[in-house]
Ligand binder design. Structure first.
Ligand SMILES: [Fe+2]
Length: 348
Protein backbone atom coordinates (compact mmCIF):
# COMPACT_ATOMS: atom_id res chain seq x y z
CA UNK A 1 0.00 0.00 0.00
CA UNK A 2 2.85 2.31 0.84
CA UNK A 3 4.39 1.67 -2.55
CA UNK A 4 1.10 2.37 -4.23
CA UNK A 5 0.71 5.62 -2.33
CA UNK A 6 4.20 6.71 -3.24
CA UNK A 7 3.74 5.90 -6.86
CA UNK A 8 0.45 7.75 -6.82
CA UNK A 9 2.24 10.79 -5.46
CA UNK A 10 4.96 10.50 -8.07
CA UNK A 11 2.44 10.16 -10.83
CA UNK A 12 0.53 13.11 -9.50
CA UNK A 13 3.72 15.16 -9.57
CA UNK A 14 4.36 14.02 -13.11
CA UNK A 15 0.84 14.96 -14.06
CA UNK A 16 1.36 18.41 -12.60
CA UNK A 17 4.49 19.00 -14.58
CA UNK A 18 2.90 17.64 -17.71
CA UNK A 19 -0.44 19.22 -17.07
CA UNK A 20 -0.50 20.52 -20.58
CA UNK A 21 -0.72 17.07 -22.03
CA UNK A 22 -4.44 17.38 -22.23
CA UNK A 23 -4.42 15.86 -25.66
CA UNK A 24 -4.87 12.46 -24.15
CA UNK A 25 -8.11 10.90 -23.26
CA UNK A 26 -9.88 10.99 -20.03
CA UNK A 27 -11.81 8.14 -18.95
CA UNK A 28 -12.23 6.84 -15.58
CA UNK A 29 -15.31 6.08 -13.81
CA UNK A 30 -16.24 5.57 -10.30
CA UNK A 31 -18.68 2.95 -9.37
CA UNK A 32 -21.63 4.81 -7.99
CA UNK A 33 -21.77 2.43 -5.09
CA UNK A 34 -18.61 0.68 -4.10
CA UNK A 35 -17.04 -2.17 -5.93
CA UNK A 36 -20.21 -3.97 -6.97
CA UNK A 37 -18.54 -7.28 -6.39
CA UNK A 38 -15.72 -6.62 -8.82
CA UNK A 39 -12.91 -6.69 -6.24
CA UNK A 40 -11.04 -9.40 -8.05
CA UNK A 41 -11.57 -7.98 -11.49
CA UNK A 42 -8.80 -6.81 -13.74
CA UNK A 43 -9.70 -4.52 -16.58
CA UNK A 44 -7.71 -3.84 -19.70
CA UNK A 45 -7.84 -0.23 -20.77
CA UNK A 46 -6.66 1.21 -24.07
CA UNK A 47 -5.90 4.84 -23.34
CA UNK A 48 -5.16 7.46 -25.96
CA UNK A 49 -4.75 9.93 -23.14
CA UNK A 50 -1.23 10.48 -21.85
CA UNK A 51 0.01 8.30 -19.04
CA UNK A 52 1.47 11.31 -17.21
CA UNK A 53 -2.00 12.77 -17.03
CA UNK A 54 -4.30 9.85 -16.35
CA UNK A 55 -2.15 7.39 -14.40
CA UNK A 56 -2.99 9.11 -11.09
CA UNK A 57 -6.68 8.76 -11.87
CA UNK A 58 -6.31 5.10 -12.77
CA UNK A 59 -4.46 4.47 -9.51
CA UNK A 60 -7.18 6.28 -7.60
CA UNK A 61 -9.74 4.00 -9.25
CA UNK A 62 -7.73 0.91 -8.34
CA UNK A 63 -7.42 2.03 -4.74
CA UNK A 64 -11.11 2.86 -4.41
CA UNK A 65 -12.49 -0.22 -6.10
CA UNK A 66 -9.88 -2.94 -5.79
CA UNK A 67 -10.18 -3.46 -9.54
CA UNK A 68 -6.79 -3.66 -11.17
CA UNK A 69 -6.19 -1.86 -14.42
CA UNK A 70 -3.86 -3.00 -17.13
CA UNK A 71 -3.38 0.02 -19.33
CA UNK A 72 -2.08 0.19 -22.87
CA UNK A 73 -1.20 3.76 -23.77
CA UNK A 74 -0.93 5.03 -27.30
CA UNK A 75 -2.28 7.36 -29.92
CA UNK A 76 -6.07 7.58 -29.87
CA UNK A 77 -6.60 6.89 -33.56
CA UNK A 78 -4.05 4.06 -33.58
CA UNK A 79 -5.56 2.37 -30.54
CA UNK A 80 -9.02 2.60 -32.08
CA UNK A 81 -7.64 1.08 -35.30
CA UNK A 82 -6.04 -1.70 -33.25
CA UNK A 83 -9.37 -2.53 -31.63
CA UNK A 84 -11.06 -2.56 -35.03
CA UNK A 85 -8.44 -5.05 -36.22
CA UNK A 86 -8.72 -7.15 -33.09
CA UNK A 87 -12.50 -7.16 -33.30
CA UNK A 88 -14.18 -9.50 -30.87
CA UNK A 89 -10.81 -10.85 -29.78
CA UNK A 90 -9.63 -7.51 -28.43
CA UNK A 91 -8.30 -7.79 -24.88
CA UNK A 92 -9.58 -4.27 -24.22
CA UNK A 93 -12.50 -3.80 -21.85
CA UNK A 94 -12.51 -0.02 -22.00
CA UNK A 95 -11.39 2.42 -24.67
CA UNK A 96 -10.50 6.02 -23.81
CA UNK A 97 -10.35 8.30 -26.81
CA UNK A 98 -9.04 11.82 -27.08
CA UNK A 99 -11.72 12.75 -29.56
CA UNK A 100 -15.24 11.65 -30.30
CA UNK A 101 -14.36 10.57 -33.83
CA UNK A 102 -12.48 7.49 -32.66
CA UNK A 103 -15.38 6.54 -30.42
CA UNK A 104 -17.82 7.08 -33.27
CA UNK A 105 -15.72 4.81 -35.50
CA UNK A 106 -15.79 1.99 -32.94
CA UNK A 107 -19.51 2.44 -32.49
CA UNK A 108 -20.16 2.30 -36.22
CA UNK A 109 -18.27 -0.98 -36.34
CA UNK A 110 -20.63 -2.31 -33.69
CA UNK A 111 -17.81 -2.79 -31.20
CA UNK A 112 -19.18 -0.77 -28.28
CA UNK A 113 -21.71 -1.93 -25.69
CA UNK A 114 -24.66 0.07 -24.42
CA UNK A 115 -23.65 1.92 -21.27
CA UNK A 116 -25.72 1.98 -18.10
CA UNK A 117 -27.59 5.16 -17.15
CA UNK A 118 -25.03 5.96 -14.44
CA UNK A 119 -22.37 6.41 -17.12
CA UNK A 120 -24.62 8.43 -19.43
CA UNK A 121 -27.06 10.58 -17.49
CA UNK A 122 -24.50 12.93 -15.91
CA UNK A 123 -23.50 14.23 -19.37
CA UNK A 124 -25.55 16.37 -21.76
CA UNK A 125 -26.75 14.54 -24.86
CA UNK A 126 -24.61 16.56 -27.24
CA UNK A 127 -21.46 15.28 -25.54
CA UNK A 128 -22.30 11.60 -25.63
CA UNK A 129 -23.38 8.95 -28.11
CA UNK A 130 -26.93 9.04 -29.41
CA UNK A 131 -26.68 5.23 -29.28
CA UNK A 132 -25.67 5.28 -25.60
CA UNK A 133 -22.36 3.61 -26.43
CA UNK A 134 -19.83 6.23 -25.38
CA UNK A 135 -19.68 9.22 -23.11
CA UNK A 136 -17.60 12.38 -23.04
CA UNK A 137 -15.59 12.88 -19.87
CA UNK A 138 -14.18 16.36 -20.53
CA UNK A 139 -14.59 19.01 -23.19
CA UNK A 140 -12.11 20.83 -25.41
CA UNK A 141 -13.11 23.82 -27.46
CA UNK A 142 -11.50 24.91 -30.70
CA UNK A 143 -10.59 28.58 -30.59
CA UNK A 144 -8.71 31.28 -32.40
CA UNK A 145 -5.94 32.20 -29.98
CA UNK A 146 -4.67 35.71 -30.66
CA UNK A 147 -2.09 38.28 -29.67
CA UNK A 148 -3.94 40.89 -27.62
CA UNK A 149 -1.05 43.33 -28.12
CA UNK A 150 -1.82 43.40 -31.83
CA UNK A 151 -5.51 42.62 -32.05
CA UNK A 152 -8.73 43.50 -30.29
CA UNK A 153 -11.67 41.14 -30.02
CA UNK A 154 -13.50 43.40 -32.50
CA UNK A 155 -10.78 42.75 -35.09
CA UNK A 156 -11.44 39.03 -35.06
CA UNK A 157 -13.49 37.23 -37.67
CA UNK A 158 -16.96 35.77 -37.17
CA UNK A 159 -16.00 32.59 -38.99
CA UNK A 160 -12.94 30.41 -39.32
CA UNK A 161 -13.64 30.58 -43.07
CA UNK A 162 -12.75 34.29 -43.01
CA UNK A 163 -9.12 33.56 -42.15
CA UNK A 164 -8.38 33.15 -45.84
CA UNK A 165 -8.81 36.91 -46.37
CA UNK A 166 -5.88 39.18 -47.29
CA UNK A 167 -5.92 40.89 -43.88
CA UNK A 168 -4.71 37.60 -42.37
CA UNK A 169 -1.98 36.87 -44.88
CA UNK A 170 1.04 35.37 -43.11
CA UNK A 171 -0.44 36.01 -39.68
CA UNK A 172 -2.11 32.71 -38.82
CA UNK A 173 -0.65 29.54 -37.36
CA UNK A 174 -2.09 26.03 -37.29
CA UNK A 175 -1.06 22.46 -36.53
CA UNK A 176 -2.24 20.33 -39.47
CA UNK A 177 -0.87 17.06 -38.05
CA UNK A 178 -2.68 17.52 -34.73
CA UNK A 179 -5.62 15.21 -34.07
CA UNK A 180 -7.83 18.02 -32.74
CA UNK A 181 -7.21 20.06 -35.87
CA UNK A 182 -8.06 17.05 -37.99
CA UNK A 183 -11.30 16.48 -36.04
CA UNK A 184 -12.17 20.10 -36.78
CA UNK A 185 -11.53 19.53 -40.50
CA UNK A 186 -13.79 16.49 -40.34
CA UNK A 187 -16.49 18.69 -38.84
CA UNK A 188 -15.92 21.27 -41.58
CA UNK A 189 -16.41 18.53 -44.19
CA UNK A 190 -19.66 17.51 -42.51
CA UNK A 191 -21.00 21.04 -42.23
CA UNK A 192 -19.77 22.61 -45.48
CA UNK A 193 -18.97 19.63 -47.68
CA UNK A 194 -15.66 18.22 -48.89
CA UNK A 195 -15.23 20.79 -51.66
CA UNK A 196 -15.50 23.77 -49.32
CA UNK A 197 -13.22 22.11 -46.76
CA UNK A 198 -10.59 21.35 -49.39
CA UNK A 199 -10.75 24.86 -50.82
CA UNK A 200 -10.42 26.34 -47.33
CA UNK A 201 -7.30 24.27 -46.68
CA UNK A 202 -5.81 25.38 -50.00
CA UNK A 203 -6.71 29.02 -49.43
CA UNK A 204 -5.27 29.00 -45.91
CA UNK A 205 -2.07 27.51 -47.26
CA UNK A 206 -1.95 30.09 -50.06
CA UNK A 207 -2.58 32.80 -47.46
CA UNK A 208 0.63 31.82 -45.71
CA UNK A 209 -0.76 29.88 -42.76
CA UNK A 210 2.28 28.70 -40.81
CA UNK A 211 2.30 25.05 -39.85
CA UNK A 212 3.56 24.02 -36.44
CA UNK A 213 4.01 20.55 -35.06
CA UNK A 214 1.82 21.05 -32.03
CA UNK A 215 -0.89 23.29 -30.61
CA UNK A 216 1.47 24.47 -27.87
CA UNK A 217 3.97 25.69 -30.45
CA UNK A 218 1.26 27.68 -32.20
CA UNK A 219 0.45 29.33 -28.88
CA UNK A 220 4.10 30.10 -28.19
CA UNK A 221 4.54 31.57 -31.67
CA UNK A 222 1.70 33.98 -30.88
CA UNK A 223 3.26 34.86 -27.53
CA UNK A 224 6.63 35.64 -29.12
CA UNK A 225 5.13 37.70 -31.92
CA UNK A 226 5.90 35.31 -34.77
CA UNK A 227 2.24 35.14 -35.78
CA UNK A 228 -0.82 37.07 -34.65
CA UNK A 229 -3.32 34.27 -34.20
CA UNK A 230 -3.70 30.52 -34.41
CA UNK A 231 -6.21 27.68 -34.45
CA UNK A 232 -5.78 25.54 -31.33
CA UNK A 233 -7.67 24.07 -28.37
CA UNK A 234 -8.67 26.45 -25.60
CA UNK A 235 -6.77 24.82 -22.76
CA UNK A 236 -3.30 25.49 -24.15
CA UNK A 237 -3.77 29.18 -23.53
CA UNK A 238 -5.28 28.76 -20.07
CA UNK A 239 -2.38 26.57 -19.03
CA UNK A 240 0.22 29.11 -20.10
CA UNK A 241 -1.75 31.99 -18.62
CA UNK A 242 -1.93 30.20 -15.28
CA UNK A 243 1.86 30.31 -14.98
CA UNK A 244 2.55 33.53 -16.87
CA UNK A 245 -0.03 35.64 -15.07
CA UNK A 246 -2.38 38.40 -16.14
CA UNK A 247 0.15 39.91 -18.53
CA UNK A 248 0.12 36.85 -20.74
CA UNK A 249 -0.68 38.34 -24.15
CA UNK A 250 -2.40 35.38 -25.78
CA UNK A 251 -6.19 35.52 -25.49
CA UNK A 252 -9.06 33.38 -26.73
CA UNK A 253 -11.61 34.10 -29.42
CA UNK A 254 -14.56 31.73 -29.66
CA UNK A 255 -16.09 31.94 -33.12
CA UNK A 256 -19.78 32.84 -32.63
CA UNK A 257 -23.03 31.70 -34.13
CA UNK A 258 -22.40 27.97 -34.41
CA UNK A 259 -19.32 28.42 -36.57
CA UNK A 260 -17.38 25.22 -37.10
CA UNK A 261 -14.29 26.97 -35.77
CA UNK A 262 -15.81 26.77 -32.27
CA UNK A 263 -16.36 23.02 -32.28
CA UNK A 264 -16.35 21.50 -28.80
CA UNK A 265 -14.97 18.00 -28.98
CA UNK A 266 -14.70 15.58 -26.08
CA UNK A 267 -12.29 13.18 -24.57
CA UNK A 268 -14.35 10.18 -23.61
CA UNK A 269 -14.75 6.47 -23.34
CA UNK A 270 -16.73 3.40 -24.12
CA UNK A 271 -16.93 -0.24 -23.10
CA UNK A 272 -16.13 -2.93 -25.64
CA UNK A 273 -19.02 -5.19 -26.48
CA UNK A 274 -16.60 -8.10 -26.30
CA UNK A 275 -15.69 -7.35 -22.67
CA UNK A 276 -16.73 -10.01 -20.21
CA UNK A 277 -16.73 -7.45 -17.42
CA UNK A 278 -19.34 -5.00 -18.58
CA UNK A 279 -20.29 -3.70 -15.16
CA UNK A 280 -16.77 -3.10 -13.88
CA UNK A 281 -15.76 -1.58 -17.20
CA UNK A 282 -18.67 0.86 -17.17
CA UNK A 283 -17.86 1.75 -13.57
CA UNK A 284 -14.55 3.16 -14.76
CA UNK A 285 -16.45 5.64 -16.93
CA UNK A 286 -18.79 6.53 -14.08
CA UNK A 287 -15.75 7.12 -11.92
CA UNK A 288 -14.40 9.63 -14.43
CA UNK A 289 -17.64 11.57 -14.30
CA UNK A 290 -17.59 11.91 -10.52
CA UNK A 291 -16.83 15.34 -9.07
CA UNK A 292 -13.32 14.54 -7.89
CA UNK A 293 -12.18 13.43 -11.31
CA UNK A 294 -14.03 16.21 -13.13
CA UNK A 295 -12.23 18.69 -10.90
CA UNK A 296 -8.95 16.96 -11.67
CA UNK A 297 -9.46 17.58 -15.39
CA UNK A 298 -10.30 21.23 -14.78
CA UNK A 299 -7.33 21.76 -12.45
CA UNK A 300 -4.75 19.79 -14.41
CA UNK A 301 -5.79 20.29 -18.02
CA UNK A 302 -8.09 23.33 -18.01
CA UNK A 303 -10.64 21.34 -19.97
CA UNK A 304 -14.37 21.77 -19.54
CA UNK A 305 -16.03 19.51 -16.99
CA UNK A 306 -18.99 17.67 -18.50
CA UNK A 307 -20.70 16.29 -15.40
CA UNK A 308 -21.80 17.46 -11.98
CA UNK A 309 -21.36 20.85 -10.41
CA UNK A 310 -17.68 21.34 -11.09
CA UNK A 311 -17.00 24.87 -12.28
CA UNK A 312 -15.33 25.42 -15.63
CA UNK A 313 -11.87 26.95 -15.62
CA UNK A 314 -11.92 30.69 -14.99
CA UNK A 315 -11.78 33.08 -17.91
CA UNK A 316 -13.70 31.14 -20.53
CA UNK A 317 -17.37 31.17 -21.50
CA UNK A 318 -19.69 28.52 -20.12
CA UNK A 319 -19.72 25.49 -22.35
CA UNK A 320 -23.44 25.77 -23.08
CA UNK A 321 -22.93 29.34 -24.27
CA UNK A 322 -20.66 28.19 -27.10
CA UNK A 323 -23.09 27.68 -29.93
CA UNK A 324 -22.19 24.44 -31.67
CA UNK A 325 -21.97 23.71 -35.39
CA UNK A 326 -24.69 21.49 -36.73
CA UNK A 327 -22.75 18.25 -36.53
CA UNK A 328 -23.02 15.17 -34.34
CA UNK A 329 -19.69 14.41 -32.66
CA UNK A 330 -20.30 10.73 -33.41
CA UNK A 331 -20.11 11.55 -37.11
CA UNK A 332 -16.53 12.81 -36.88
CA UNK A 333 -15.31 9.28 -37.50
CA UNK A 334 -13.86 9.56 -41.00
CA UNK A 335 -10.29 10.39 -40.07
CA UNK A 336 -8.95 8.54 -43.11
CA UNK A 337 -11.05 10.67 -45.44
CA UNK A 338 -9.87 13.83 -43.69
CA UNK A 339 -6.21 12.85 -43.91
CA UNK A 340 -6.71 12.17 -47.61
CA UNK A 341 -8.32 15.58 -48.08
CA UNK A 342 -5.57 17.39 -46.19
CA UNK A 343 -2.97 15.62 -48.25
CA UNK A 344 -4.82 16.34 -51.49
CA UNK A 345 -5.00 20.02 -50.58
CA UNK A 346 -1.22 20.15 -50.42
CA UNK A 347 -1.15 21.21 -46.77
CA UNK A 348 0.56 17.98 -45.68
FE1 LIG B 1 -4.23 18.66 -26.82
Amino acid sequence: MKRLTRSLALSAAAALSFGLAACGDDDESSPASGTTGSEAAELTVYSGRDEELVAPLFERFETETGTKLSVRYGDTAELAATIREEGENSPADVFFGQDAGALGALDKDGLLAKLPAAALDPVAQEFRSANDTWVGTSGRARVLAYDSRELKEADLPASVLDLTGPEWKGKIGWAPTNASFQAFVTALRKVEGDDVAEQWLKDMDANGAKAYEKNGLVRDAIANGEIQAGLINHYYVLDAASSEGDDYPVKLHFFPGGDTGALVNVAGGGVLKSSEQQEAAASLLTFLLADEQQKFFVDETFEYPLAGDTAAPAGIPAIDSIEQPDVDLADLDDLAGTLELIEKSGVL
